[in-house]
Ligand binder design. Structure first.
Ligand SMILES: C[S@@+](CC[C@H](N)C(=O)[O-])C[C@H]1O[C@@H](n2cnc3c(N)ncnc32)[C@H](O)[C@@H]1O
Length: 253
C-alpha cells in the first residue's frame, strides 16, 4: 500500500479507495472473482472464526463491562461484513447490526452475503444519516484510524463524532492488537480528553484467547480473569502483537 503520511485520514483513504490500492483493491478482487486470498491479509473473512470472536467479545462485555451484544450496533470499518454478521448471529434476539465501510465494493459484497445486517458506504466520522442516540455499541475492530495512527487528537475526533449517536451509557469498542502505532499509544491521554467529550469512563481489557473462551466460555472473564490478563500482558511483553486488547469508552448517562 502506498503509505503517504496520514494515509489513514478519511480524505486520503477515499483517494486510495478510488484507486483500488491495498485493502480496497482486495475488496474489488473479492467482488469480481470471489478470491479472498489477498483480502484475508487485511480482514476476517472466515465466518466460523468470526463467530468465535463475537462469542468471546460478548463474554467480555457481560463479565467485565456489564453490557451485552444487544440493541443496535454499528460495526465501524465492517469490510465485507463477516464480523457484523457474527455479532448479529451471536447477539441477543432483536439485535440490529449496521456495518459501515469506506469500501464501496466491500459494502456491496457485505449486503449480498449478509442480508440480515444493513450496510452503508462512507466514513464513520460522518454519521448524519443516523438519528441521535441510535447505537448501544459502536464496534471498531482493526479500524485503521485507531490502529495505524498514534494521534490522540485524531482519535478524539472519532469519539466526538460517535458520541451524539450513542445511547446513554452506550459503548465504543476499539479492538486490536498492539501494533506500530495506534490506541495503545493514545488511550491514556484520550481518557481525560474523552471525559470532556461526553464519556464517563474508559479503559483497556486484554481479550482472552479465542480457544480459551471456546473451552471455558464466559468463565475466563470471571474470578480467574486477573490471571488470564496477567498472562496476556506477560506474553505481550515477550512477543508483542500476540494479544488482542479492547479499548472502551462509555457514554455518560
Ligand atoms: C483492516 S480492515 C478491518 C476490517 C474488519 N473490521 C475486520 O476486523 O476484519 C480496516 C477497514 O476499516 C475501513 N475504514 C478505515 N477507515 C474508515 C472510516 N473512516 N470509515 C469507515 N471505514 C473505514 C477500511 O475501509 C477497511 O475495510
Amino acid at each position: 500500500m502506498a503509505q503517504s503520511e496520514h494515509w489513514y485520514r478519511p480524505e486520503k483513504m477515499a483517494e486510495l479507495e478510488r484507486d483500488g490500492v491495498g485493502v480496497w483493491g482486495a475488496y474489488r478482487d473479492f467482488e469480481a472473482k470471489g478470491d479472498g486470498s489477498q483480502l484475508q491479509r487485511y480482514a476476517i473473512i472466515d465466518d466460523a472464526y468470526a463467530r468465535l470472536y463475537a462469542a468471546n467479545l460478548g463474554g467480555l462485555l457481560r463479565q467485565r463491562l456489564n453490557a451485552d451484544l444487544a440493541g443496535t450496533i454499528l460495526d465501524a470499518g465492517s469490510g465485507i461484513g463477516t464480523i457484523s454478521e457474527a455479532l448479529r448471529a451471536t447477539g441477543q434476539s432483536g439485535i440490529r447490526v449496521v456495518g459501515m465501510d469506506m469500501s464501496e465494493a466491500g459494502v456491496r459484497v457485505a449486503a449480498q452475503r449478509y442480508p440480515a445486517c444493513e450496510f452503508r458506504a462512507g466514513s464513520v466520522d460522518k454519521l448524519d444519516s443516523f438519528a441521535a442516540a441510535t447505537f448501544d455499541v459502536i464496534h471498531a475492530r482493526e479500524f485503521y484510524p485507531f490502529s495505524r495512527s498514534p494521534d490522540a487528537a485524531f482519535h478524539l475526533g472519532f469519539l466526538k463524532a460517535f458520541r451524539p449517536k450513542l445511547k446513554p451509557r452506550g459503548l465504543v469498542l476499539g479492538v486490536q492488537i498492539v501494533d506500530k502505532a495506534g490506541l495503545a499509544d493514545s488511550w491514556r491521554d484520550l481518557g481525560p480528553l474523552s471525559r470532556d467529550a461526553g464519556y464517563e469512563a474508559f479503559g483497556r481489557i486484554a481479550m482472552a484467547p479465542q480457544r480459551l473462551h471456546k473451552r471455558f466460555d464466559d468463565a475466563v472473564y470471571g474470578p480467574v480473569y486477573p490471571l488470564v490478563a496477567a498472562a496476556g500482558h506477560a506474553l505481550e511483553a515477550l512477543k508483542p502483537g500476540r494479544v488482542t486488547y479492547v479499548y472502551w469508552w462509555r457514554a455518560r448517562a
